[in-house]
Design a protein around this ligand. Sequence first.
Ligand code: EPS
Length: 376
Amino acid sequence: MLRWMTSGESHGPALTAIVEGLPAGLAVDKEEIDRYLAMRQGGYGRGARQKIEKDRAEITAGVRGGLTLGSPVCLRIENKDYANWEPYMSPYAADTAARRLTRVRPGHADLAGLRKYGQTDARNILERASARETAVRVAAGTLARMYLRALGVEVAGYVREVCGVSDAREYSFDEIAKVRESPLFMPDAGLCRRAMESIDAAAADKDTAGGIVEVRVRGLKSGFGSCMNYGDKLDGHLAGAVMGIQAIKGVEFGLGFAAARLRGSAVHDEICNEGGRFVRHTNRAGGVEGGMSNGEEIVLRAAMKPIPTLMRGLDTVDFVTGSPCRAATERSDVCAICACEIVVESTVCFALAQKVAERLGGDYMEEVKARYDRLP
Ligand code: EPS
């Protein structure tokens, strides 16, 4: 079984991930992990924290000479900002009164977390709820990307919408693979400029902005997932993993919610026989039917809400005094949609690799590849 776990607070010493269940003999390119980490840090609308951090993954276990050993892989990313936070965040002696947060932010984990964990300082909640944790998930997801790529499965994505500036075009996989040159990972330069203006306008109003990302998977054979048990469905598994990302409020496949407004004839992808091959000329299902991959590209979209830390502060109540007040403001991003895109891609890589590993098993990559190649 392929599984992962992360640990780490936003301003603590480091983030860590342990990935268990990768077969032996998978080639690990540490430079590629660092490239994805750098992409996650970029994009228009990010805050000052990204000028402090320079994320690099350190591999401390499970890999020897660039190949996995089959043992758990441990990844570690240092929080450079810890140098500024050590007096308040040290696991040993810390001044825990100094950075107390009680003016809970609507939309953040602050209030529900304070109640659930019996705390009176939301710092004890927000440090872990923070999207900083996604850095190490990208590192772990990139290992899964390498596993998928070894089987001929590729994953790419782009930003489709920012704060209402929406791109309705359909792009080929090769077109979206070039999107990293755009400051907002948007393929259309004109829409990208408008989206940047909408982020500037949100920043000027001391507000924040969300958006929609699309992730595509090419080259996956049919039959991953299951129609036999609701818990084993591929779309359910991918959606559950993506909904676990901070700030994600919705996931859809193919036509998604739009399918509910159309007739069946405009929704389902007709099948024809072309020289013995079962072919479809549309992919409205987004590559999943009956909870299983159907051999078409997987098309998944995820909606990110605007970040709940607004520089102008929303109306709230102080958790300790009970008095009405403006919510706490901390240094934050105006829009983190590019980071979100990389995180969704990486999460899809990991969740998909789990389903692939579940079906194929295998203790070393040659064995895994041979099993994949034998599939129809
Ligand atoms: C975050 C708040 C900000 C973001 C952070 C997520 O951190 P800080 O309060 O230190 O400025 O920068 O994201 C990251 C640090 C990152 O690497 O993505 C939050 O509250 O979720």
